[in-house]
Design a binder for this molecule. Sequence first.
Ligand code: A2P
Ligand code: 11C
Length: 338
Amino acid sequence: RKLKVAVVGATGAVGLEMIKMLENRNFPVESIKFLASERSVGKKLIYKGKEIAVELLKKNSGKGVDIALFSAGATVSKEFAPCFAMDGCFVIDNSSAWRMDKEISLVVPEVNPHDLKKEKKLIANPNCSTIQMVIALKPLHNFAKIKRVIVSTYQAVSGAGQKGINELKEQTKAWAKGEIIPKTSKFQYQIAFNLIPQIDVFTENGYTKEEMKMANETKKIMGDNSIEVSATCVRVPVFRSHSESIWIETDKPLSPAQAKELLSKTDGIQILDDPENKKYPMPLFAENMQMTYVGRIRSDISTKNNALVFWVVSDNLLKGAALNAVQIAETLLKKELV
Ligand code: A2P
Ligand code: 11C
């Protein structure tokens, strides 16, 4: 069966990857339309060698569409996604607008495909830093229940969209030419040659929203409210791929060898863990790859509790966004929900 597809926010950093992903994975497309703001109307994007003009996103743009992939920010999703769903279209929304809504499924196909239902037309795609963490946590949790997670992230500028990418590029170019580094507009401070321990805004408890997304979304996707998560999210001057240092405490022993064995059997994960030969995941090499890479797996030497530490890297625009969204669409098809 072939589907009528729409990409909302098609001109953005994630939207463009969604289009490529539909192409590369040979998603069965009968027709496709690209939607964005009036700034982009008429701009031509290529799909399978054909030029397609971007159209203006309107409340009725979902009429006759089977699946719409949204990545135009939370404000746009809040306003337009329910209209699409009302018109009978499945919406896979990459923004934070609906993720924690009780009625809405938040899905990573390798973790909780069972949360997809025919009648639930609006589906949320989790935050990029959450996706690459839960895909690694789930097989470990199935074996030895995870009680607690402490994670520090090293997040690429593309997480902040095309403007984030441009800002790192322009600041680095100016530095290389010996010019004054242009003022920041997207990030709180200069990102070139710097690290910024703030992603999204601060909440009342001292954590940022991005950090709270990692805690709350993890519980929802894993279907286990007892998992406690403390995250520190940091923006780093890397274009693509988020990296995470993850510490977990389990309710029974879990050796690095057992963890390796479990993770090596998990769809979407590739182990890169051979310290003697300097093999470990790095963002530069995860760029454009569909896998989530895990390495540096070791037992925590600072405690007698059952605790394991590891390092996870994945392309934030792919598994963290476009790929996960397309995999949700593929799962809807496979389960004959659409
Ligand atoms: P546009 O290019 O017309 O501004 P990014 O995350 O890279 O910043 O991309 C955001 C995406 O969301 C772009 O495709 C952008 O389109 C789209 N977008 C932003 N605001 C709106 C809006 N009000 N209506 C439709 N699309 C929007
Ligand atoms: C970042 N994780 O790297 C963010 C981007 O909730 O969808 C995605 C924000 C979100 O900046």
